[in-house]
Design a protein around this ligand. Structure first.
Ligand code: ADP
Ligand code: MG
Length: 401
């Protein structure tokens, strides 16, 4: 990342340097009185050297940032999946964490984050190099002309900042909508026999399309604003150009700045500004990447209430298999108003059997789920070999059930 970033910066910095050499060359050629041949040769060789440096820097920018981008995408995707597998069962009971929604997130978020490190980051750093070096060269040559070129910069920067901020907000909503649409699609496909039997295709299609209307409307509005913002940025470039020449001409006439310095100051910066236009076009990608990165880090930072990979609890051995439920009370976290178990007590000695009998939905499977620690009790306790299951190492406990 570091080498790629430095390469991108240098690739941008080459532009204002090229502008300066070009001005030297043009001035030499426009002055027929001078014995200029040798100097022209020197500047042409300088351009050839510059082109070799540019090729190397562009390679570093694209190849090295590309490599790091690939690696980052792989790591984020793999770690996100690993994290999901460690979560407690209640996490997956929430509709926002259905198979479809999580599948969409796994597939899209890490790819989107690539935009922060790969091409978009390269373009931004390149612009930074071009503008940074250009501004320094410009200020050295004639600071007043340089500042006039930069007069519109604050407005351009504010525009770019607002674009990213505003788009991040709408991107977050759209990515959530896509996750819900994915959830609807996977529900329908998972249960395709039921959907077909009931003729519920239209129902699911409408539900799916409903989730997409928000992103479409936001996408339309965003396109309008992005277009206007991009137009403003590009127009600012021309305006800056006009302003710099208008002001530079006056300074030259008054003898306060030489013609060459005026050209230097305006052109060195102007090459950088062309790149700002390019970088501005990547703003939409950038906001999507920021939203995806936020989502991924939120996922990675979320602790698991019952973590099978934690290796933190007791690991009693040998395990005999005496089960005891004492005054167990339980509600499913996603259905807090339904009390599934209330004051349940039961004990099974090691090697003995106990049959749980009752109507469907009375809580038989729930008791087993508590013993397996898919969920934790709200009141009372479930114990294996007289040790509360919450004190056991999760993986060790499950390997004996
Ligand atoms: N993951 C869950 N989220 C919310 N409620 C659930 C969940 N699993 C089961 N329930 C509800 O808890 C109650 C007990 O379910 P369960 O233990 O599966 O019953 P049984 O196995 O005796 O048929 C039922 O009302 C059921 O709808
Ligand atoms: Mg059951």
């Amino acid at each position: 990342i570091l080498l790629g970033s430095v390469s991108a910066f240098l690739a941008g910095a080459a532009w204002p340097v090229f502008a300066v050499v070009l001005i030297k060359l043009l001035l030499l050629l426009s002055d027929p009185s001078q014995e200029a041949d040798d100097d022209v040769d020197v500047y042409c060789i300088a351009i050839v050297v510059l082109s070799a440096c540019q090729a190397l820097a562009n390679w570093g920018q694209i190849a090295l940032l590309g490599l790091s981008g690939e690696e980052l995408t792989y790591k984020l995707r793999s770690r996100s999946f690993r994290k999901m597998l460690r979560f407690e069962m209640a996490y997956f009971d929430e509709p926002a964490h259905s198979v479809g929604a999580l599948g969409v997130r796994l597939a899209s978020e890490s790819t989107k984050v690539r935009g922060l490190t790969g091409d978009a980051a390269g373009t931004l750093l390149m612009t930074l190099g071009a503008v940074g070096v250009g501004v320094v060269l410009g200020l050295v040559a004639c600071w007043r002309v340089a500042l006039s070129v930069l007069a519109l910069m604050p407005a351009v920067a504010l525009n770019g900042y607002l674009e990213v901020v505003v788009m991040s907000g709408t991107d977050a909503k759209s990515q959530a909508s896509f996750a819900r649409a994915g959830q609807v699609a996977s529900e329908a496909v998972d249960n395709i026999r039921a959907v077909t039997t009931l003729g519920a295709q239209r129902f699911f299609l409408n539900k799916y399309n409903d989730e997409l209307t928000g992103p479409i409307a936001r996408g339309r509005r965003g396109a309008m604003w992005m277009g206007a913002g991009f137009g403003f940025t590009e127009a600012s470039m021309y305006l800056s150009f006009a302003l710099a020449f208008w002001y530079g001409a006056r300074l030259t006439v008054r003898g306060e700045c030489s013609f060459e310095d005026t050209l230097w100051a305006s052109q060195a910066i102007f090459f950088g500004m062309i790149m700002i236009g390019q970088a501005a076009a990547t703003a939409p990608d950038l906001s999507g990447s920021l939203v995806a990165a936020t989502n991924i880090f939120r996922l990675l930072d979320r602790p698991s209430a019952i973590d099978p990979l934690a290796q933190s609890g007791d690991r009693p051995s040998p395990v005999h298999g005496a089960v005891a439920c004492t005054d167990v009370g339980f509600v499913y976290p996603t259905r807090p108003d339904v009390r599934v178990l209330r004051g349940l007590s039961a004990a099974v000695a090691a090697g003995k059997s106990l049959a749980l009998v009752g109507e469907s939905g009375c809580g038989k499977s729930t008791i087993v789920a508590l013993l397996l620690r898919f969920y934790d009790v709200a009141d009372g306790s479930v114990a294996l070999d007289a040790l509360d299951v919450r004190a056991w190492d999760v993986a060790h406990l499950r390997s004996h059930l």
